[in-house]
Design a protein around this ligand. Structure first.
Ligand SMILES: [Zn+2]
Length: 305
């Protein structure tokens, strides 16, 4: 049976709807010295953000804060119930220092077992199950601990069929991540490479797309990296090149100052209210937009159970 695994339980894939594939609603680093702006600890602020998202036509969010980011599935379920937005939560680890403490003394099988348990049985005894698997690498390198996480994630992917959604640092190491996962038997259709719009290099994007994976253009609105006009240009060009079905859009808003719910912005309405009209004006059809916002997220998140 084909399903999508959300924090409120399994749903029919057709029920998912308009989806952002990489966001952060609630969670914070376990490192006490981390930037206080990255501390998303207000359930009411998250509910406010989701309510605006729902009003703008949004229906589902993939919450990418894993256990090294103080993931809280009970909060996510309450938020989903309160706002009627589907939330898919994640198992696995981010990268680098925050994951090191948690994975250093574990072997690949132990890590894989923990991920499989999260997807199949539920997280920390809550019965709330993860719908995707996260792994990540550092700037221009995959550290030994990160490699261990990738191999464990691959094992959990083979066992559960769930998508592996990755973190790349500034868009680097996409091809190396793909090679590592494929060497472990993960099909490219089950890989989403995150943050590729941190490295808007056309040949690089085509090389990544040719492997069959999906590219996360998930830094939308973050003009400190690239202006949105360049992201729009890449989305249009990728669509024209036949890769429109291999792009997943999101904003990866992870700061209090990013969220309307905390008094900041642009918040969760930005892609729906600003970027989609812009893409239409540049020539994308309604079918192209539906592929980006509905069909690709549905394809990526569907599990066969
Ligand atoms: Zn993120």
């Amino acid at each position: 049976m084909k399903i999508i695994r959300t924090v409120r339980g399994d749903i029919a894939p057709e029920m998912l709807g308009v989806t952002y594939t990489h966001e952060h609603l609630f969670g914070y680093s376990l490192n006490p010295k981390s930037d206080p702006d990255l501390r998303l600890d207000s359930e009411s602020a998250a509910a406010y953000e989701l309510t605006l998202f729902r009003m703008a036509g949004g229906q589902a969010i993939v919450e990418m804060s894993p256990c090294d980011y103080n993931r809280n599935p009970l909060v996510l379920r309450r938020l989903s119930e309160a706002t009627d937005v589907h939330i898919v939560c994640v198992t696995g680890f981010i990268k680098g220092a925050s994951a090191d403490l948690l994975v250093e003394n574990k072997n690949i099988n132990e890590l894989a077992d923990a991920m499989i348990r999260d997807v199949q049985d539920g997280i920390d005894g809550t019965g709330i199950r993860a719908g995707i698997i996260k792994a990540g690498s550092s700037l221009n390198t995959i550290t030994p601990n990160e490699e261990k996480i990738f191999r464990a994630a691959a094992c959990a992917q083979r066992e559960t069929g769930a998508l592996i959604s990755t973190h790349t640092e500034a868009g680097t190491m996409a091809l190396e991540q793909i090679e590592l996962l494929r060497s472990e038997g993960v099909p490219p259709e089950r890989i989403l490479i995150g943050h590729t719009d941190r490295k808007l290099d056309w040949d690089y994007h085509i090389a990544v797309a040719k492997t069959g994976v999906t590219l996360g253009y998930d830094q939308i609105s973050k003009e400190k990296y690239f202006p949105d006009s360049q992201r729009i240009d890449f989305i249009i060009r990728m669509t024209k090149a036949g890769y429109g079905g291999q792009i997943a859009l999101s904003g990866d808003l992870a700061r209090r100052s990013d969220m309307v719910g905390y008094g900041g912005g642009p918040g969760y309405t930005f892609i729906l209210w600003r970027i989609l009209p812009w893409l239409r004006k540049q020539g994308l059809t309604e079918a192209d937009i539906r592929t980006l916002m509905v069909e690709t997220p549905k394809r990526l998140l569907t599990l066969d159970v």
